[in-house]
Design a protein around this ligand. Structure first.
Ligand SMILES: Nc1ncnc2c1ncn2[C@@H]1O[C@H](COP(=O)(O)OP(=O)(O)O)[C@@H](O)[C@H]1O
Ligand SMILES: [Mg+2]
Length: 300
């Protein structure tokens, strides 16, 4: 993280995750970098400075075949550290396969995956399409699973998880089992488990796909807040155009199988402005562009 304002000199030692408590943020993506604009929360909304995050993930010329089935063909995409990037495309086009390749679960048949500037740590935390909570573990022991696998002591992992439960709307449910929770709560628990791994990049595969519209809308708003709070890099899969625009800095539209990129759309929306985002003229314009790209690929 590099800061561009002397006003931040005294804050250089503070971990970024603590910043959200004090300051407001906006994101701006430009020239391949993700800038974070930091402003005063005290009502004046004075812009205090900008920080730029370094690091990127690139898929270059990725192809993937399963025996005779060609799933990905010459796929190119890039994600800058701190960005929220969404993949949208027809069902069965190969979106989850992209995540499987990134996380190392599947090898690519051709092409290169580059992960630069994330240090030596494990970069990716994967939240797969199904919520995969273990039915025989209570919520607390489900959400610490990722840490347990990383070798963190249970006691320490539990203490951290407990401190995060309120923001995830799970306070008081730590002893409950997954079947006792609503769909929305189960998804938040699965997300918390992903977040607690402390991996810098979250791969979220249709996390809200199976939820009713109201729960979905609530979780979209909540994820927007969570994203500001965590400042992780997020790669997201959805087939919902509005969801993609509400949350993302950039959207890639994929073709049907074999998938390649048919449109890369920067989402230049002013999220801090007043009024309803989804009815703003720019939102409506971007939505039309996404729908047109999906339609031209026969995905609608
Ligand atoms: N391990 C696998 N073995 C064989 N075929 C697979 C495997 N994983 C995925 N596929 C096939 O690859 C295609 C793309 O799958 P997927 O990436 O899950 O699509 P999406 O997430 O876009 O719906 C599908 O036709 C699926 O059946
Ligand atoms: Mg999928």
């Amino acid at each position: 993280m590099h800061f561009f304002s002397s006003k931040f000199d005294s804050l250089r030692g503070i971990h970024f995750e603590d910043f959200w408590k004090i300051y407001g943020f906006n994101r701006r993506v430009s020239g391949g970098f993700c800038f974070i604009q930091i402003f005063n929360r005290n009502g004046s909304r004075e812009l205090l400075g900008e920080a730029v995050t370094t690091g990127r993930i690139a898929l270059e010329g990725i192809s993937k075949n399963y025996a005779d089935l060609e799933v990905l063909r010459d796929l190119n995409l890039e994600v800058n550290r701190g960005e929220f990037v969404t993949l949208i495309g027809p069902s069965g086009s190969g979106k989850s396969t992209v995540f499987n390749i990134l996380s190392g679960l599947e090898p690519a048949s051709a092409g290169t995956v580059k992960v630069e500037g994330f240090g030596n740590e494990r970069a990716f935390a994967y939240m797969p399409q199904r919520d995969a909570l273990l039915p025989w573990r209570n919520i607390l022991d489900n959400v610490i699973l990722g840490q347990e696998l990383q070798g963190v002591a249970r006691k320490k992992a539990r203490a951290e998880a407990l401190s995060q439960l309120p923001f995830f709307g799970l306070e008081g449910f730590e002893k409950n089992y997954p079947f006792e929770l609503s769909g929305g709560m189960r998804q938040r628990a699965a997300l918390l488990r992903t977040v607690l791994t402390h991996c810098p990049v979250l791969l979220l595969d249709e996390p809200f796909g199976a939820l009713d519209a109201l729960t979905r809308a609530q979780l979209q708003q909540w994820l927007g807040e969570l994203r500001t709070r965590l400042n992780r890099t997020i790669l997201f899969i959805t087939h919902d155009v509005e969801e993609a625009l509400l949350l993302s800095d950039r959207v890639y539209v994929l073709s049907p199988r074999p998938a390649h990129v048919v449109l890369e759309l920067p989402v230049d929306l002013d999220r801090s402005g007043p009024g309803e985002l989804v009815t703003s003229p720019r939102f409506v314009e971007l939505k039309a562009q996404l729908l047109a790209a999906l339609k031209s690929e026969g995905a609608l």
